[in-house]
Design a protein around this ligand. Sequence first.
Ligand code: 1GP
Length: 249
Amino acid sequence: MNSLYQNIIINSEVGKTQLAVLIDPDKIEIEEIPSFIRNINRTIATHIFVGGSDVKIDNLDELISNIKLHTKLPVILFPGDVNQISNKADGVLFLSLISGRNPDYLIGKQVKAVERLIQSNLEVIPTGYILIENGKKTSVESVSNTSPINRTDIELIKHTAKAGEFLGMKLIYLEAGSGALNPISAKIIEQVKQALNIPLIIGGGIRSKVALQTAVKAGADLVVIGNAFENDKLFFECLLNPNSKITTK
Ligand code: 1GP
């Protein structure tokens, strides 16, 4: 069986749009999971990400088990901290915040996570995480106490992403921040994608099908959407998959 990472690459090569729905455990009740996930199953979503920058959840295992009861989509952790690791998921983005200069978020928390990861069956995917300024302070910025890269400094964004690749990271994630006013621009995506030989994830502030398509057209291999699904229970309707069956499991 292919790994999660191999599947991301294969899907990219065949030009399949990859969409991850981000679930923030603090913003959803366990009782809401079945209907939420059934709706997601009807969309073009290919992944479910679980995490957030200031999650204080203690029932992560239960939440993820519940998600997995209702979908076959891979569940990947997008942890904001060491306590957001659950062996119930399929994989984890092993993030290093390479746009920042806070050693805790570059390597400190990663070292603390190792014990849990060794004991898990999670597929660990090393990911260079790059925060880009979008006109408003984001929670990643506050929690990590780091400055984002200015969106006009495309050279620095490109070089940071490429440095991540040279360091051996398998994915680069360009983050405008949850609820960002503006998503990462097509210009940034195009230029970073051109410089990279590894898949590119784009997230933050994407709240329409057009914005998703713009990111994909510019070169995003995988797009992450969180808030749009949380704020509008009918958002999934604009991303319906014509081939999906009503029940998928
Ligand atoms: C946040 O990139 C993700 O880390 C998703 O952002 O919630 O704005 O879609 P939104």
